[in-house]
Design a protein around this ligand. Sequence first.
Ligand SMILES: Nc1ncnc2c1ncn2[C@@H]1O[C@H](COP(=O)(O)OP(=O)(O)OP(=O)(O)O)[C@@H](O)[C@H]1O
Ligand SMILES: [Mg+2]
Length: 236
Amino acid sequence: MIVERAYAHVAGHDEGEWPWSVPCVRWLMEEGLRFTAPVTFLVGENGSGKSTLVEALAEGFGLDSWGGSHDWRYATQRGKSVLGERVRFEAATSRGRRMLASRAARKGFFLRAETALDALDREGFAPDAVSHGEGFLAAFRGKFLQPGLYVMDEPEAALSFSSCLELLGHLDQLVKRGGQVICATHSPLLTALPGADIVEVGEHGLRRVAWRDLALVDHWRRYLADPQAYLRHVLD
Ligand SMILES: Nc1ncnc2c1ncn2[C@@H]1O[C@H](COP(=O)(O)OP(=O)(O)OP(=O)(O)O)[C@@H](O)[C@H]1O
Ligand SMILES: [Mg+2]
């Protein structure tokens, strides 16, 4: 692992204003977020604050919030967000301490669905020649190698079932090499990775949940068993 805790100390913020208005951001400021496993999944409803959180964590670690790897920190004109510039980490290991102490030692990648193609283009993955999902897979194969902090926002958006499984294989390899992953997701497949920590983001702030107790897993299980039970509520 690289980091064991993230936190943000902010004084004089307006709680009615984004991002301070988002419950999980207030939780980060009051309690911090502890990482107890090499892979942490953030789950929660649309608008609960997952992207706000993963972007700020990526920025706090020195990754480009537009997406891309540690070497592309200065590739965009985009400054850090008000939250990202205040995020701090506590190291989990001596490797983590080295990375936090020196920008040059910091390794990682931020995969952001909306700008992934642009970021992959900058990384030399020629997205014109490959599909969206193929571009993602090329990045996992070619970039998820060095121990570092890998932050992802809904990677499943571009991936088929079998590609999601392939991604889990890459995450497993990355973790065995000393890497760490923080991933926002709605996927019951990804969150089933053995040993991963699942943190639910919502009105309550942040809390750990077991995979079998996740609402999204329960809904998918029931939907696949009987789609009509759900469809009758939304179709005439
Ligand atoms: N740049 C911004 N300015 C103002 N409000 C924002 C901004 N980005 C997000 N928000 C608001 O912050 C809240 C959390 O949004 P966020 O995108 O983090 O949710 P999310 O959990 O990632 O949702 P989804 O599952 O749909 O991706 C939402 O109410 C959203 O409207
Ligand atoms: Mg999001």
